[in-house]
Design a protein around this ligand. Structure first.
Ligand code: ZN
Ligand code: ZN
Length: 373
């Protein structure tokens, strides 16, 4: 569990520029006592207000997904299962490589085609439009684990996992959310186009195309196609993403900064490269979201960015200076071990197995049970 002092370490970092001001600096503690420190601000007593519409939607979605796991996955074709799994990975890439590393943290620059590609994938994930996703995520880093963090892990596992979407935003989040600078995204035509036509684009990319493709190309039943390719895929992907906000702020090690809640997550293999969360909060501008490269740990998002970089479509990839990393580990880390490059192959085997474990294995087991009984 978390050490008692973990919430003393708000870093206020989002981009590479912030490092000079805030990192590995003997005066670091003084930055945490400035007037903008959310912990230093006395907030009014806050009563949680449940948004029952969201509770209904999430309950129906999760119950339908649970039903579909047991009664739909066994009857759909394997081609459909492969599509579900592919969509899980692709749309997650849109969130992680696109909304997260490219747009939220400016960890790289990319040409129009790559940004459009990530935008299409991010739309399929249905986790709010890029603009809103980035505003929430920037608040999450800037005011990490305080009332101004949308999924403040101090409010418990359930809240940071899904609960934050079922209640009205905390007044501190509303107030401080307005202070987040979003001007860079306001000048990105792709981001603003997506924001303007978001609902239409979601209906097409999140709902219609994933349902339609199996029906037209291999004759899948339309309802089963919708339940597998949209509902199961969406609920599974949401929960994997939410593990970054919940589990990865609680269970794991803190080799880079022992004073913050995020950890090097024990479920990192499930998270397609977003499980190195202690490193990520310590050095959020690093495009790898990890100290090691795409082949050294299971990090397919970094691999995809590397491919785009190799092709000349992405550039200005930012990484943290190894000497700064080492110094920070010495000053603030919890002295736990970090990952070794030599384990890269095993990390990838574990990652691939964990990634494909849920949906194809569920189909396999459900099909076997049907044959046996
Ligand atoms: Zn986090
Ligand atoms: Zn981040």
């Amino acid at each position: 569990m978390s050490p008692s002092n973990i919430h003393n370490g708000i870093t206020y970092q989002l981009y590479e520029d912030d490092v000079e001001q805030l990192e590995i600096n003997q005066n670091e503690q003084s930055t945490n006592t400035n007037n903008d420190d959310p912990k230093a601000t006395k907030t009014k007593p806050y009563k949680t207000q449940i948004v029952w519409r969201n509770v209904m939607i999430m309950s129906i979605l999760h119950l339908t997904a649970l039903y579909s796991l047991f009664f739909v996955l066994p009857v759909v074709q394997w081609k459909t299962i492969i599509l579900v799994q592919t969509l899980v990975i692709m749309f997650s890439m849109g969130i992680q490589a696109g909304a997260h590393r490219l747009w939220s943290h400016r960890a790289l620059k990319a040409n129009f085609a790559v940004r459009l590609f990530f935008c299409i994938l991010q739309t399929g994930a249905l986790q709010n439009d890029i603009y809103e996703w980035c505003r929430d995520h920037r608040a999450h880093h800037k005011f990490s684990d305080t009332d101004a963090d949308p999924h403040n892990s101090r409010r418990g596992f359930f809240f940071s996992h899904i609960g934050w979407l079922l209640v009205k935003k905390h007044p501190e989040l509303i107030r401080r959310g307005k202070t987040i600078d979003m001007t860079d995204l306001e000048t990105d035509p792709i981001v603003m186009f997506q924001r303007q036509y978001y609902i239409l684009l979601v209906l097409l990319i999140w709902g219609f195309l994933p349902t339609y493709i199996p029906v037209v190309f291999w004759g899948e039943d339309p309802l089963n196609s919708f339940l597998a390719c949209v509902v199961v895929r969406y609920v599974y992907s949401l929960n994997v993403t939410w593990l970054v906000n919940s589990w990865s702020h609680m269970y794991g090690t803190r080799p880079y900064d022992g004073n913050i809640a995020p950890v090097e997550s024990t479920v990192r293999h499930l998270l397609l490269g977003e499980g190195f969360h202690n490193y990520h909060h310590a050095f959020p501008w690093d495009y790898r979201a990890s100290e090691l490269g795409s082949l050294d740990v299971f990090n397919p998002c970094t691999g995809l960015i590397d491919i785009f970089h190799y092709l000349g479509w992405a550039w200005d990839l930012k990484t943290a200076n190894p000497s700064i990393v080492a110094r920070k580990m010495e000053l603030r880390g919890d002295k736990s071990k970090t990952y070794k490059k030599t384990r890269g192959l095993f990390e990838w085997i574990g990652g691939v197995l964990a990634t494909i474990a849920f949906i194809p294995f569920t189909k396999l087991i459900a099909t076997l049970l049907e044959i046996l009984f």
